[in-house]
Design a protein around this ligand. Sequence first.
Ligand code: ZN
Length: 383
Amino acid sequence: MPLPHQLLLDQLGQLIATPSVSSTDPHWDQGNRPVVERLAAWAGDLGFSTEIIDVTPDGKKANLLATLGSGPGGLVLAGHTDTVPFDEGRWQSDPLSMVERDQRLYGLGSTDMKGFFPVALAAAAAFREQPLQQPLMLLATADEESSMNGARALAAAGRPKARAAIIGEPTSLTPVRMHKGIMMHAVTVTGRAGHSSNPGLGNNALEGMHTVMTELMQYRATLAERYSNPLFEIAYPTLNLGCIHGGDNPNRICGSTELHFDLRMTPNGDNAEVQHEIEQRLEELSGQLGFDIALKPLVKPVPPFEQPADSELVQLAEQLTGHSAHAVAYATEAPFLQQLGMETLVMGPGSIDRAHQPDEYMELEQIQPCIDLLSKLIAHYCL
Ligand SMILES: [Zn+2]
């Protein structure tokens, strides 16, 4: 196996050494701008025109859109520049310093997914002398691991536009054309507190929540019936009751309680429709039981994603990799890029099993095959 060239290793080492954690916990949350600036400089060296687009008003979070060639159509190679937080004590080596060991490159974000960028740049480098008929774009986003605000901003701005987009999340170079969505909601039930010795003195919110939970579990069974999809390992939408808070004393009627749940919808269903149906069911319960029942989102939802099996990009990726496109259990920025009108696929180097783990690594043996695969895709869409 030919060793990946030194430039690629240097670049990945620099990306790993430039921390860009994104987190809903402000203690952890960092900007990604230094990562994006490095990528812009390297893409600029290859002849790309580069544009850094602020995602937060202070510019600490930003997306990069780098373009080689011009015109309509073309291909987007996309990835996120942020990483999850890390627990340094559980790493064998410094997570922010790339270490090569056992044919692997260790470091935070090596596989998820800073490693994709030097690989994409290496593939692009082969085309710098050739006039492209359609543009090649490198897209690097902010905040995928926390809010997906980078991808949301792009979708809202209506760019980039191309014929196809590859998101280089670690899939061990197999094509992924489907994932579930994510919604997280809180339900609050408000009744009336009172002394426990006389139930008539209050309206017990815990008992109201009991009915709400039963309703949610019944609705979950309905969703499973309506929206099952055998391509997923868990072949139906899931609804998990995650945590509950309420009440304070055995001898007080509970006045209010709050439940948090997540719901992961299969691609044949729609987040907004499901939310509307839950609202309707809760409204009915509220009327029957005399509680105030409110539903509110805890995070912005991620839509489910499906790229049709018979689309050009899926067929091409299957042919080039020899693997049929499959479904995964995690969510990506794919639905936001697809909203822009691009055929979209998730496919990149490294294994998702190593992501979000201490001692995260990318296998060296993934690198050259990924460069080759991306080169063929660039040739197909841009030459
Ligand atoms: Zn990722």
